[in-house]
Design a protein around this ligand. Sequence first.
Ligand SMILES: [Fe+2]
Ligand SMILES: [Fe+2]
Length: 307
Amino acid sequence: MTDRSTAGHQGPGGDFMASLRRDHAGLSRVLREIDAQLTQLSEPSERARRVLVDALRYLLRYHHTFHHPREDRLFARIRRRDHALDQTLRGLSHEHETGERQAEELAAELAEIPARDLAGPRGQRLAERIRGYVGHTRIHMREEEAVFYGRAEAVLNATDWEEIMAADDGSQDPMSDLASLRAQYPDLADQLGLPVVHLGMVERTQPISDEMRLQMLALTDLYGGLLHDGLDLARSNLDCLLSVRGPGSLVRAFGQVSRANMRFAGQCLAEPSRWVVNSGAAMVVACLRPYLRGDEPSGDLPEGPAE
Ligand SMILES: [Fe+2]
Ligand SMILES: [Fe+2]
């Protein structure tokens, strides 16, 4: 009992589940960007196509290659221990296969469609198919989170986790490493508003309104990430308190919960503050860049927040 009740939520099991949730936070962010780019796919600059090509490559190379196989191993183990979710988990694993095929087809079509067709019926059909893929992916993710937050993995024991972890190659989401993301997916990285984590290294040429939009998206992502971390914290605090068996363990549990809460409180203070500093720097750079580069500033240049 002890083995099973703790193994799922602390140590490798807890880390494994937290990494799946972090992947989902990154995936939500990319799906939102795909939605935004689809509205501009017909524009002659083809900027949207480049960002979408990067985004689909990212989904294929990370989510379909590493994230989904991790979930498949987890789901297979849960199904072995508890048949209650058999149908649901089998369905989710099946969607991993169909989703990958769909993403491959969409990436191929996006790469080969002639520029002149992007604004025509073929481009519109493609945009609709990509929208459909995004919609299904969001539903898939919500269903998984219902499983995760329903603590389905609590049925696993230490041996299950050891075997799940042993099969894992440790590949990390490139979204967690700015340099890696930028090296592999430069157009996507540019579009995601990276100055939030790259103070002083921004290279921006967009007008101020674009910069503002990027910073607002980054703020939404930041609070989305905090929400995920807050739910993880609530879960781990509850597990900790439920494991109390006497006065000694009660004192230890209070200490552990207090330390975790303090860490999270620090995170809640530090991350929005860092956003304020970084976005302020990015906005100033966006306003001054044309002057610093000696370009002819456009008539509608800096207004508002940079002053
Ligand atoms: Fe999945
Ligand atoms: Fe997932």
